[in-house]
Design a protein around this ligand. Structure first.
Ligand code: GLU
Ligand code: MG
Length: 437
């Protein structure tokens, strides 16, 4: 399994917090057998801690422990850190085999089980965009972009990737087993995209989580900062996290239907209807930052309405043109700051609801949503994180399926973030007012 020449010295055990940030411990290789059996202990408040390390949830119970049990099926050598292997862990309540309710990976397992009960297995393909910046150089506020040339979209090779970082990244990730299928410069300056092959839902969520972690790690090793933040620059569009989803039943793609005039099945339509029905609450998990809502503007290739369309990149749910094995839908609304596990779990849970209720899909939207004029492009998406959190809190179906404790912890964390933001005097305000007023 460990294909580099260096002896294994360390095993990194990682899990996702609610932000999708990788947390864990490095275990000396000699200790790993013991850890593989008994797990590692962490203060469970890490699941209720915000990005400024304020423990928002957890104190009321006296900051108890949780256990992280390595999932040995995920153990693999890290090609970018010779001598180091890493694996993912499942979180357990101490003294029990019960999942820690706030474990995002467990939320995907629950959604997969619900689909299984209906006879379906989800196949998910994540597409993540990110910006590469120079570490240690800023424009006063943010790290400067690594490459600031115009019109590099779909450009590959040294012009788009002068140090070969993106190519090396893609090679590393492939050797790591992430099933990367392509890497390219994206639409905006210094923006890149790495596509992962579709796979079973949990494996796909794991791979998207690894991808974000690995891209940030490899960037750090090369004097760069990689960011999946939704809208990091005012003069460039944002970074999406598009999720392609289909369902398998009896070894066939259950979204395909050669007998249908459009070639798609009632299951695809009901699943998509479930996603649209739960759009307001989904926004909280797919766009979980205050910043994310600045990306969702007209003419950005990001959606502004809860709608769908045939091969339409201005809609929230796009049905790509492939049929047969490739029949699927693409949920385009999320940005790179979403926790891959919560994004996958939430979309599947919304889709399951659509299937169970056989929800009807509204008419497809054709054309450019931004130029829709009087044509009705669907309900506008919620425009802010506070509104999305309120929608998530009010969505009994998603709250129950994702686990009430997980959702409540997420809401508390994010509302704390909103309060901190509200009280913070921003650069914009200072630039706008200080000298003039
Ligand atoms: N960057 C766009 C977004 O924020 C998507 C561009 C594309 O279609 O790949 O979603
Ligand atoms: Mg893209």
């Amino acid at each position: 399994m460990f294909d580099d020449d260096r002896p294994l010295t360390t095993v990194r055990v990682l899990f996702s917090d609610l932000h999708g940030v990788a947390r864990g411990k490095d275990v000396p290789a000699a200790q790993f057998d013991r850890v593989a059996k008994s797990g590692l202990r962490f203060c469970a408040a890490v699941m209720g801690t915000d990005l400024r390390h304020n423990p928002v949830v957890g104190g009321e119970a006296g900051y108890p422990d949780m256990r992280a049990i390595p999932d040995l099926t995920t153990l693999a050598h890290l090609p970018w850190e010779p001598g180091v292997a890493a694996c993912l862990a499942d979180l357990r309540r101490p003294g029990t085999d019960d999942p820690e309710p706030t474990d995002p990976r467990a939320a995907v397992r629950r959604a997969v089980a619900e689909l299984d009960a209906l006879g379906f297995a989800a196949v998910v393909g994540p597409e993540l965009e990110f910006y590469l910046c120079r570490a240690g150089e800023t424009d006063g506020t943010r790290p400067t972009r690594f490459l600031d040339r115009l019109s590099m979209v779909y450009t590959v090779g040294p012009q788009a990737d002068p140090d070969g970082i993106v190519r090396r990244l893609s090679e590393h990730l492939s050797r790591f087993g992430l099933d990367t299928v392509a890497a390219n410069h994206e639409f905006c300056n210094s923006q890149y995209e790495i596509n992962l092959r579709e796979g079973p839902a949990l494996a796909a969520a794991d791979r998207a989580f690894w991808l974000k972690t690995a891209v940030k790690d490899v960037a750090a090793l090369n004097g760069r900062v990689a960011t999946f933040m939704g809208k990091p620059f005012n003069d460039q569009s944002g970074s999406g996290f598009h999720l392609h989803v289909s369902l398998q039943r009896d070894g066939r793609n259950a979204f395909d239907d050669p007998g249908d005039p459009d070639g798609v099945s009632p299951a695809l339509r009901s699943f998509a209807a479930g996603v649209l029905r739960h759009a307001p609450a989904l926004m909280a998990l797919l766009n979980p930052t205050i910043n994310a809502y600045r990306r969702l503007v007209p003419d950005s290739l990001a959606p502004t309405h809860a709608n769908w369309g045939w091969d339409n990149r201005t809609t929230m749910v796009r049905v790509p043109p492939e049929r047969g094995r490739g029949a699927r839908l693409e949920v385009r609304v999320g940005d790179g700051s979403a926790n891959p596990y919560l994004a996958v779990a939430a979309i599947l849970s919304a889709g399951v609801h659509g299937l169970q209720e056989a929800l009807a899909l509204p008419a497809a939207f054709a054309g450019d949503v931004a130029a829709a004029g009087d044509a009705e492009p669907g309900l506008p998406l919620v425009r802010s994180l506070p509104a999305a959190l309120d929608a998530l809190e009010a969505d009994d179906v998603l709250r129950a399926r994702l686990a009430p404790e997980l959702v409540d912890t997420f809401l508390a964390l994010k509302r704390h973030e909103i309060v901190r933001h509200r009280e913070w005097v921003s650069d914009w305000e200072v630039d706008e007012y200080l000298r003039h007023l």
